[in-house]
Design a protein around this ligand. Structure first.
Ligand SMILES: [Zn+2]
Length: 208
């Protein structure tokens, strides 16, 4: 198994390609489809599914074209389905936590609302794709329609219980080093938002 990080769009966002035995899972494929196609072609990978961490436009702009191009299913939590505007034809909407086998990998879908009602983190083999729930040194905004501070606090508490060596691949390269990756252990120790969420939920709510 191998993970390719592709930085796309103007914000920018991160699209991830998880490779396993020649098959691929795409996390939040968006914006610069040619960059995504190039990795798939050069590495000779067959995409099996697209997993969306949530329904905000910056994680799925142009995704419809990609779904059509490969004719693959698109997974998204039901609470974010409508705002995503993804074509129903490809949608595999789910509700809450799930466990599915895709491209030969067991993927745990962890429903982690807070940034958006349908925000979901995807966990496989010691890796967590956290979308806009958890970033290196930060957490997702909760001032948007459908955001919820209390839900974000509970979601962060939940993620904090994953093994400390879990590698986190987040939805934007917002880290102080310009990267999008971190570990659960590092965030539990050093992320001020995560620490406050764990130690003082009331103060966390007031800070956000
Ligand atoms: Zn978002």
């Amino acid at each position: 198994m191998k993970v390719y990080t592709i930085v796309v769009g103007k914000l920018p966002n991160c699209t991830y390609v998880i490779e396993n035995d020649g098959a691929a899972i795409l996390i939040d494929p968006a914006w610069d489809l040619e960059k995504i196609y190039e990795i798939l072609e050069t590495q000779k990978l067959t995409p099996k599914a697209a997993l969306f961490t949530h329904g905000h436009y910056d994680h799925l702009t142009n995704a419809s074209k990609l779904l059509e191009h490969f004719n693959i299913p698109a997974y998204i939590e039901q609470a974010d389905e409508e705002m995503s505007g993804l074509p129903v034809k490809y949608l595999k909407t789910f509700k809450g936590d799930q466990e599915k086998e895709i491209a030969g990998l067991k993927i745990k879908f962890l429903h982690t609302p807070g940034h958006s009602p349908g925000s979901t983190c995807y966990y496989t083999e010691g890796l967590l794709f956290s979308g806009d729930t958890l970033f290196p040194g930060a957490v997702g905004r909760t001032d948007l329609p459908g955001s919820d501070n209390a839900q974000m606090q509970r979601s962060l508490e939940r993620l904090s219980k994953l093994p400390p060596d879990t590698i986190v691949y987040s939805g934007h390269p917002y880290g102080s080093d310009g990267g999008a990756a971190t570990t659960i252990g590092k965030e539990v120790k050093t992320n001020p938002f995560m620490r406050l969420a764990l130690e003082d939920p009331k103060a966390f709510d007031e800070m956000l």
